[in-house]
Design a protein around this ligand. Sequence first.
Ligand SMILES: Cc1cc2nc3c(=O)[nH]c(=O)nc-3n(C[C@H](O)[C@H](O)[C@H](O)COP(=O)(O)O)c2cc1C
Length: 337
Amino acid sequence: MTATAAPWRTPLTALFGVRYPVLAGGLMWLSDAPYVAALVRAGAMGFMTPRSFDSLAVFRQELRRCRELCQGLPFGVNLTLSNRMEANHEVPAQVGVAIEEGVRHFETVGPSPGVLFERIHAAGGVVIHKCAFVEHARKAEAAGADAVALVGMEAGGHPGMNELPTSVLCALALETLQVPVVWGGGIGHGRQIAAALAMGCAGVVIGTRFLVGDEVGAHPDYKDHLAGQPAQASTVVLRSTGNPWRVLDNGTAREVRRREDAGARTYPEFGALALGRTGRDGAYRGGDIDEGLLSMGPAIGFARRREPLQAIVDGLMTEAAQVLAKVRQLVPAGTHA
Ligand SMILES: Cc1cc2nc3c(=O)[nH]c(=O)nc-3n(C[C@H](O)[C@H](O)[C@H](O)COP(=O)(O)O)c2cc1C
């Protein structure tokens, strides 16, 4: 399958103007122009993460670079709101810069996103809100989200305090929501995409499976290490702080767990271990797999080698198409819903 193949038809492909019902969720430190553009050219929607850049000016430069690399195809921006309100002061400026630079596709995360929805819609944009609870998805729909993504406990990064798998969250969300529901978490094989579509989801959000992509701006030694990992290689730390983090089970994760077991509950007690920059500098830039908490979920078990993102996306969608074709044959002729 290539990016010139006919587009799939789901509410998500229509909403985001993409060939495949696949969103590449924002990846802190890694969703830069080459990463996002490679996924966009492969037929998915990618979201740049403004907080990964040193300043708004650098973010703006990166948006311009992405626009060039995307060759006229739309790309998106991830807007992450924190429970710590003081951490959100840059978000209005981030959405402003993105809109000024022509971005119209957004992924939001975090509490009270309604103001962002208004701003995005006023500019003619669309927004999917990503959350870990069906109740939050319902609120996002009421506040005007065009779609919602439910991330279960298996998702890489911050899955929230929810302990349910995505299969349950999405089935529950489909019972009550009118807007398209997207499956976020654990996707590493096309058969899972087929399952998500078959149950009524409009598409999937993927993070972990793309980490071994050639265009991911991380050290090759780190990516080679990930490519050899089983599904059991991720672990959840910092649940004690109320903000769990699903990461690669490495030296830093083990030390964080040791401190939690010894009673640590606040960020200062974890020091530099829990800072995102530690992983950026140590693992992503330096290739040291034990340095920092490194977002990653069990979908890594499907990643066997480094390869171009286009090849990963094509592989997933070929697998999904094959499975869906077989599923159609399971239903006896003349059977009606
Ligand atoms: C390395 C990495 C960094 C991430 N950073 C962010 C982020 O900054 N903002 C966000 O909304 N989600 C972030 N996520 C979550 C992804 O966007 C996506 O929701 C998640 O990876 C889906 O689950 P999966 O990892 O099982 O595919 C990150 C995930 C990973 C693996």
